[in-house]
Design a protein around this ligand. Structure first.
Ligand SMILES: Nc1ncnc2c1ncn2[C@@H]1O[C@H](COP(=O)(O)OP(=O)(O)O)[C@@H](O)[C@H]1O
Ligand SMILES: [Mg+2]
Length: 299
């Protein structure tokens, strides 16, 4: 069934992911609609990359369901899921280029592996993809000969090789200087506007998130606190201090994260584990006589 504008292209329903005894994602519900850019944000270790890896099928959930283009993926065999994976482009943190291949060869790789196209057609397609990311004149360079930003752009051209309907990005601006990272943001916006690609972007960088997002999902400790349009988060970020004091915990936590404030619920939480408990462990009663820090002889 083809996806309609009202039908999510990706749907996560009550998804739970565990690694051993650790529950990393605890009941994720998230819909991504055709053509939109969904930013998944949250602190380090909140489960962003795991969410992305579940979407692209590199992990399976312990509970819940993930739907693509209106079809449940649970129970799909590897071959059937590969049919869906063909409709994805993925840009990993590092760009993940093969160092022994030129930029053009890297971009050609998915076309060689997944299509029967004539080499001449592949060459033209590669040129078009490289032009999209302004790298056409660097086609014959090796990854070691280009900058970090250019590697990211080359990775993006490769992710675009098979004309994906959905692009997944994990921390696309990680490790880039502010100007280069702004250029990547601009490129992502252009691709989404010109080609209508649906994008799912994981990031903790708020400047980037507010530049590219249509909607944003705030992840915290494996739960989605809120999914809203970008403007909702902008308004929360810009809520004055006096007004913010009257907000509930979740709102204040999201506001602190969006603003990058040093003080707030996120900070309070990390110091919640009492100092005494930290020193003396979980033993119910801690000594009333606090050990003296004075040096003691013969101790
Ligand atoms: N393959 C794995 N095996 C075990 N634990 C993992 C694995 N991947 C992630 N985790 C754990 O899951 C939690 C969330 O990780 P991750 O999704 O990478 O967070 P984020 O991308 O938001 O920084 C972390 O505590 C991490 O240690
Ligand atoms: Mg991550």
């Amino acid at each position: 069934m083809p996806a309609t504008p009202d039908q999510p292209v990706i749907s996560m329903r009550d998804v739970v992911k565990r690694f051993g005894s650790q529950t990393v994602l605890d009941g994720i519900n998230l819909d991504v609609y055709k053509g939109e850019t969904m930013v998944i944000m949250g602190g380090s270790g909140s489960g962003k990359s795991t969410t992305l890896r579940l979407m692209i099928g590199s992990f399976l959930p312990e509970e819940g369901e993930i739907w693509f283009f209106g079809e449940p993926t649970c129970g799909m065999g590897e071959a059937e899921f590969n049919g869906i994976r063909r409709r994805f482009g993925i840009l990993f943190q590092s760009g993940a280029l093969f160092n022994s291949m030129t930029v053009a060869e890297n971009v050609a790789l998915p076309l060689r592996e997944h299509t029967d196209l004539d080499p001449a057609i592949i060459d033209i397609t590669v040129k078009i993809k490289l032009e999209l990311v302004s790298l056409r004149e660097h086609a014959d360079k090796y990854p070691s000969q280009i900058s970090g930003g250019m590697k990211k752009r080359a990775g993006l051209a490769r992710a675009m090789a098979l004309d994906p309907e959905i692009l997944f990005y994990d921390e696309p601006s990680a490790g880039l200087d502010p100007v280069t990272s702004a250029q990547i943001d601009k490129l992502m916006v252009n691709l989404s506007q010109q080609l209508g690609v649906t994008s799912v972007v994981v990031t903790h960088e708020m400047d980037s998130a507010f530049t590219i997002a249509d909607r944003m999902a705030m992840l915290d400790k494996g739960r989605i606190l809120r999914v809203e349009k970008r403007s909702w988060f902008e308004q929360l970020r810009d809520t004055p201090e006096a007004e913010a004091a009257t907000l509930d915990d979740d709102h204040r936590l999201i506001r602190q994260f969006l603003r990058g404030d040093p003080d707030g619920p996120i900070t309070d939480r990390s110091s919640d584990v009492g100092y005494e408990q930290d020193l003396f462990g979980d033993s119910a009663s801690f000594p009333t006589a606090v050990p003296s820090l004075e040096p003691t002889r013969g101790g």
